[in-house]
Design a protein around this ligand. Structure first.
Ligand code: ADP
Ligand code: ZN
Length: 206
């Protein structure tokens, strides 16, 4: 199965993608995670991407598409994939259709006013990359899964969040029309409990 998860920043794409990819046995490919790892390793792609990410802007298409093309050529992606955070522009979607077109596109819907608190309260584990919300953590600094140290992403500051939401509405939202025109769009309400969103996603893929 070749799948895309679409939705605004903070919609829960990463969390749901991890669960669904394990369930379906396809690799979870997150361009945001790939960039953060490239930044940690100080690769040329990481150095290029960092200034855009810190500002809350999209990394240029040419950089993202080259990185995804390379990742999709690896063995594990041969029989399917779950893309999280890509495509984010119509040009990226067109490039993906040439590399390996998706079977279905899950759009996780969450209203803007709910996204702000989700993003400002988000914490990430530096060790296992799990993401958590402070409202559900007994200890704000320690990963409940692996014990690693939790940190707040630099782009989860309120000013940067506004820029990311603007980029989403202007550059990514047009993909909803693109994929619904191809008959591939499945909409899921992301404004409910994690388990319920998970079930709704699986139901829409049946
Ligand atoms: P979120 O969905 O919460 O905004 P991601 O981890 O998916 O977070 O992305 C973080 C940042 O990485 C984005 O704001 C953007 O700068 C960059 N990025 C990730 N994927 C893409 C993409 N497909 N195109 C352009 N930029 C991207
Ligand atoms: Zn962890």
């Amino acid at each position: 199965m070749k799948l895309i998860f679409l939705g605004p920043p903070g919609a829960g794409k990463g969390t749901q993608a991890a669960g669904v990819s394990a369930h379906l046995g396809v690799p979870h490919i997150s361009t945001g995670d790939m960039f953060r790892s490239a930044i940690r390793n100080q690769t040329p792609t990481g150095l290029e991407a960092k200034r855009y990410m810190d500002a809350g802007e999209l990394v240029p298409d040419s950089v993202v598409i080259a990185m995804v093309r390379e990742r999709m050529a690896m063995d594990d992606a041969r029989n399917g994939y779950l893309l999280d955070g890509f495509p984010r522009t119509v040009d990226q979607a067109i490039a993906l259709d040439e590399i390996a077109a998706p079977d279905a596109v899950v759009d996780i819907d969450v209203p803007d006013e709910r996204l702000l608190s989700r993003l400002t309260g988000r914490r990430v584990c530096g060790k296992c990359q799990g993401t958590f919300h402070i409202s559900k953590l007994a200890d704000e600094h320690t990963c409940p899964i692996c014990g690693g140290a939790l940190y707040q992403r630099e782009d989860d500051q309120p000013e940067t969040i506004a820029t990311r939401l603007k980029a989403y509405h202007e550059q990514t939202e047009p993909l909803i029309g693109y994929y619904s025109g191809l008959g591939k769009l499945r909409r899921v309400n992301g404004d409910s409990k994690l388990e319920d969103v998970f079930k709704a996603i699986l139901a829409t893929l049946e």
